[in-house]
Design a protein around this ligand. Structure first.
Ligand code: HEM
Length: 777
């Protein structure tokens, strides 16, 4: 009887708490979190003891760590709305004026509306004349020019700030319609404060775990406040300038688009919209721009640095990309976004960089907004949830040899099309909180890398060791985007024998042999969980630099390290300096390492460079779909990341993704922009138009979800009123307005109050009556 009773009791108990790390009062699990490794690596290790999903205490906060993709997708997609909260911390409150941005703003109606208009503004902006592709290509062009010029003049150059500058300039053009030259004081100031914010916010800060520590002097917080106040002055200045010469008819940049979207939403008199737009202040718009700088610059620059670092380690990969570029783009024009479909190996390399070194290895912490569960585990309201992307991207059950850099894993067996070999891949997150800049980042990565690799070969000259592949983790458990980034490295431009790439000649070189040798060794791995493409299998460069010599480009960049170079380290070598130095002595990292990178020219090739620097750049939308490869013959080129559904044509995939596929066995159609769910795909499609607002008025830029709404709106410009009343002389621009008007002539008023039986000609009048409080209700 006792056993039966116990069993009954247990079956009634419901979901269990996840296994948890030991915790002490006040400090929580801090003692168990001490590790020489960065948090994401340590969290992965802790799986051995506690399982893939476990919990710990950060001070008084309960935190769940998720290390597997099924639970991750449950949090991000299936229960996206329940887990859409963000924790508030001391540093993010300083940074975002108490969460008035998107990334750290807690989930609410205002946040939803905010994200919706920013998303819409980004989409609309891309359709304007200042296309984002044009902006990125202009920056890629000046980046390559700087590299070539420095090389021609034999000057030393620090590549790291050049990449930061290029990416920052893209964001400046996008947000403010302004680009800056090197040395421009405003631009240098911007780089300086951005770096200060990244460096201070990214540091482990006890004050975020124990907010009461604020009462003590804190150099980091002080520095952060200083950088934020410089940023805010600049943002305010830009905002005031924009407001002063704002016009409904011209859209110069994202700030214009945001102002317009906010105004048009406020003027749109549907009850739902006006309720949501309440509370969306100028602060929100300013913090949005702050977010785009904060989330858009460091992340993209870091990925570019990782890509370059890996390409030096894996020269075969670099050569394969260059061969692809030479055959698909050639040397007479520069790469453009429409080449993406025909450069699958470059795309696969970008995916592999994002997998092996996820720039936000812990995403941004999510918070459960109500009592819920993850798998079989109970989760209480207010629990913070950390998705350990590092574990997902290095899961041995999902990825064969996850520590190996192998772009081939993202290619189909023919090597002609792209694929996602595992559902355990979420470099930009997913669901309601998916990265807002995913499309922009992908465009930047593609264009910058293709432009550089078309012109330069990156390698380490003899006598120098390769840059380390270890990263620097710069984020704490309870904070924002982490980043594990490569440190600075040296770059040298070097002589090349031929004007054109001579890949034929390369075949006989030792590098080619090593590529094949490695192919053999990789083929010995048993039980491949996914397809494998040996022809593109890379081999890590050995640390002997003599084997790195390649001469496949006219211009060759060398990336040696030097005694001055800081090694890639898990610990920020400057952190001590920051905490000790008064703010006035603060020097951003790039200035500390300026001497570390150099490009030295031996033989510039002006003829070829000249033709490359005058590209023909088409105007494209901000979020264009990647076109299919014209040469592709594969049956499964395009695969959905979430449900692995495969598409023959490229056009099928974005459509499917836009509607956010049903990734689990449960059937539901959820909106990727908000929490709404529909049981039919058709209904979801209709709903999604209210986010994307595809029908844009050419006269004023106001956007609508349906063509007929746009048609009606255009009549407000033309004055046309095609719908006239048969009873009186009144005419209307809109059929629905005529219909409502006809009610005023009707003997029978259709809309009756259920309480007092008074009738009304319009439903809006009945609603008003009820809202005002029907005396009998
Ligand atoms: C390669 C570059 C980038 C990577 C790998 C990346 C990755 C991510 C990740 C993993 C998240 C967190 C998702 C979550 O918490 O669930 C995120 C959020 C975000 N990202 Fe990015 N990002 C990149 C570039 C950008 C750019 C260029 C922008 C600017 C337009 C941007 C804007 C944002 C914003 C606003 C959020 C917060 C979204 C929200 O909380 O609703 N990101 N990103």
């Amino acid at each position: 009887l006792l056993v039966v009773q116990l069993k009954l009791k247990m079956s009634r108990r419901g979901p269990q708490e996840p296994p948890h790390l030991p915790a002490l009062p006040v400090i929580g699990s801090l003692l168990s979190l001490r590790s020489p490794h960065p948090p994401h690596v340590h969290f992965k290790e802790l799986q051995q003891k506690y399982g893939q999903t476990y919990s710990l205490m950060m001070g008084s906060h309960s935190v769940i760590i998720v290390n597997q993709h099924t639970h991750a997708k449950e949090v991000l997609l299936k229960k996206g709305k329940t887990f859409a909260g963000r924790p508030r911390t001391v540093t993010t409150d300083i940074l975002t004026r108490d969460g008035k941005d998107i990334a750290f703003g807690d989930y609410s109606a205002t946040w939803r509306f905010h994200r919706k208009i920013v998303h819409g503004a980004l989409c609309m902006f891309g359709e304007g004349s200042a296309s984002i592709e044009k902006i990125i290509c202009a920056e890629a062009q000046s980046l390559c020019a700087v590299l070539s010029e420095a090389a021609a003049a034999g000057l030393a150059l620090d590549l790291s700030p050049e990449l930061t500058r290029a990416v920052t300039n893209v964001v400046c053009s996008l947000c403010f319609n302004s680009t800056y030259c090197r040395g421009d004081p405003e631009f240098e100031g911007m780089l300086h404060y951005s770096q200060g914010i990244v460096d201070t916010v990214a540091k482990d800060s006890l004050v975020d775990i124990f907010p009461w520590l604020q009462i003590f002097p804190n150099a980091n917080l002080h520095l952060l406040k200083q950088c934020v106040s410089v940023r805010d002055k600049l943002l305010q200045k830009k905002y005031d300038e924009h407001k002063a010469d704002y016009s409904d008819h011209v859209q110069r940049d994202l700030l214009d688009a945001l102002v317009r979207a906010k105004r048009s939403a406020e003027n749109n008199n549907t009850a739902e919209i006006s309720a949501e737009s309440v509370g969306l202040s100028e602060d929100h718009l300013l913090m949005t721009v702050g977010d785009i700088f904060g989330a858009g610059v460091e992340t993209t620059t870091t990925v570019l640095k990782w890509a370059i670092t890996y390409l030096i380690h894996y020269p075969q990969v670099q050569r394969c990309i260059q061969e692809e570029l030479d055959s698909k783009v050639g040397g007479d024009r520069s790469p453009q976004l429409s080449d993406r479909g025909s450069l699958p190996y470059l795309e696969a390399t970008i995916r592999e960089v994002l997998r092996i070194r996820p720039v936000a290895p812990l995403l941004i912490p999510h918070v459960a907004l109500s009592d819920t569960s993850i798998g079989d585990f109970a989760v209480r309201k207010g629990t913070r949830v950390i998705i350990n992307l590092w574990s997902l991207h290095h899961d041995e059950r999902e990825w064969r040899n996850p520590e190996l850099f192998d772009p081939g894993r993202f290619l189909n067996s023919e090597g002609t099309g792209l694929t996602i070999p595992s559902p355990s891949y979420l470099p930009f997150g997913a669901g309601l909180r998916v990265c807002l800049g995913e499309a922009l980042a992908k465009m930047e990565l593609f264009l910058f890398l293709s432009w550089i690799l078309q012109r330069f070969t990156l390698s380490v000259p003899p006598g120098h060791s390769l840059p380390s592949l270890e990263g620097k983790f710069a984020s704490s458990v309870n904070r924002q985007l982490g980043d594990s980034m490569p440190r600075s490295f040296l770059v040298k431009k070097h002589q090349s024998g031929s004007k054109k790439s001579n890949h034929g000649g390369l075949k006989s070189e030792s590098q080619e042999t090593s590529c094949n040798t490695h192919e053999d060794s990789l083929l010995h791995i048993n039980n491949p969980p996914h397809h494998y493409r040996p022809a593109y299998s890379p081999q890590p460069q050995t640390m002997s630099s003599s084997s790195c010599m390649l001469s496949v480009r006219t211009d060759q960049l060398y990336l040696p390290s030097s005694p001055k170079t800081y090694p890639l380290s898990l610990i920020d070598p400057y952190s001590e300096a920051y905490s000790k130095c008064p703010e006035d002595d603060y020097k951003p990292e790039r200035s500390c390492t300026k001497v570390d990178m150099e490009i030295q020219c031996v033989t510039p090739n002006p003829t070829r460079r000249e033709s490359l620097l005058a590209p023909c750049i088409p105007v494209l939308a901000l979020f264009p779909a990647v076109p299919p490869s014209s040469t592709s013959s594969s049956q499964d080129h395009f695969e959905c990341l979430d449900c692995h559904k495969k598409y023959l044509s490229f056009s099928g995939l974005p459509k499917h993704k836009q509607l956010h596929c049903e990734w689990s066995s449960k059937k539901y159609f959820s909106c990727k922009y908000c929490e709404k769910e529909y049981s039919s795909l058709g209904a979801l499609k209709m709903h999604i138009r209210t986010h994307t607002l595809p029908c844009v008025c050419k006269l004023c830029g106001k956007a609508f979800s349906r063509p007929w709404l746009l048609q009606g709106h255009i009549r407000t410009h033309t004055g046309e009123k095609p719908f006239s009343c048969l009873h009186c002389s009144r005419a209307f621009a809109d059929r629905s307005n005529l219909r409502a008007h006809l009610q005023t002539h009707s003997e029978v008023k259709k809309y009756q109050c259920a309480s007092c039986f008074k009738t009304f000609s319009r439903i809006s009048l009945l609603a008003k009556h009820q809202e005002a409080g029907c005396p009998l209700s």
